[in-house]
Write a protein that binds this ligand. Sequence first.
Ligand code: V47
Length: 365
Amino acid sequence: MIDDLLSQAKLSKIALKVRNDERLSAEDGIRLYRCPDLLLVGYLANIVRERKNGDRTFFIYNQHLNYSNVCANLCKFCAFGKDQGVEQAFEMDITQIREKIRARLDEPIREIHVVGGIHPDLPYSYYLEMLRAIKEERPGVHIQAFTGVEIAHLAEISGQKLEDTIKELMAAGLDSIPGGGAEVFSPRIRKLTCEKKLSGADWLKVARTAHSLGLRSNATMLYGHIETVEERVEHLLQLRETQDQTGGFLSFIPLAFHPRNTEMAQLPRTSGMEDLKNIAVSRLLLDNFDHIKAYWVMIGPKLAQVALAFGADDLDGTVTEELITKMAGGQSDQAMADTELIRLIREAGRAPVERDTLYEQLTLR
Ligand code: V47
C-alpha cells in the first residue's frame, strides 16, 4: 500500500534512499517540496526522526532576553528592528538586564537565549559586560547569545579578528550561538529583503569559526516569503556541507515568516501545510543534523505538536517574552509551562526529555 502511494507520488527512489540511509540530492529536495502528498513526505521524515531519536522529544527550560531592538539593518521581513530614537525603540542597560535575570531566579532555567538588533552605538564592552552580568546573577546557566550577524558586528566594533572576538566572548561567558540571521542564503533573496545584512557566506564563516573554537551553534531558515523552493534547498545543502566540515551545529529550526508590521505585510502567513513540509524536508535533507526543532512560538503549540510526527524531535522551550515573533503579529502565548510542553509531547505519543542546550538529558522534575 505505502509502496503504491510512494510510486504514485514519484517518491519511490527517495523512499529507497531513506530506507538505505543514503544522502538525498538537491533534485530530491525539490521533488519533496513539490510533492502535494504531505503525509507521504512526513512518513519518510518520521523514519529518519525515529532512526535518530526514537520517540525521544526534547524541550528546555529557557528564558529569552531581547536586550535591544535598535537595528541598523532594518530587514524587510522584520518587525522587531527599529531605527534609533523612534517610539518603539528600546535598549536595556546592564542593570535592567540583571533585573530580568533576577526576576526569575526561582525557576529552574537552564539557558538564557539572548538576541538583539545591530545597534549602531552600543560599545563592545557592553556585550562583554552583559555576558558577565548574566553569569553573576545566575552562575552555571548556559548563555546562548548573539546571532552570527551580531557576532560579525561585534568583531567589527571590537577591531579584532573574528576568531579573537569569539574567544573573548567565550571568556566572558558565551556558551553557544543561536541560529538566527541565516534567513535564506541566496544573494537574490538577501538583496531583496535584507540588503544591509551580513551575506550568507559570511554567516557560514562565523559558524565555521565558532565551531573551530569548540563553540556550538544552531541554524535556521526563514521561509514563507519570496524565496523559491530551489533557494530553500540550496540553503539547506549549504548548511549540510558546513556540518560535514565542522559537526558543530546542534539543531536546525525552520522559522515561519510572520508578515504583520513588516515591509512585506502584503504577503499571507504561512499555512500549516507549508510549516509541516518545511519541517519534514529539512529533516530529510539535513541527514547530519541530530535535531530539528518545531519552534512553537512561530507555528503555534498545536501544529508544533503535530510536527513531532513529521520529523521534529524538539519543541524548544518555555521561552518567555520573545519579541521577534510577537511584534510581527505572532499569536502564540509568550511563555509555556514545562508541564504543558510535557503534556503536548506525551499526547503525541512521544517520550519527553528535558535537555540542556547541548542536548544532555536531564532528569524530569
Ligand atoms: O534571525 C525575523 C527571524 C530570527 C521575522 O537558535 C522572523 O534555537 C518570522 O533565530 N517572522 C531570530 N521570523 C529568532 C531565531 C531563533 C528562534 C528560536 C530559536 C532559535 C535557536 C533561534 O527570527 C531572525 C529572523 O530569521 N525573524 N523577523 C518574522 N517577521
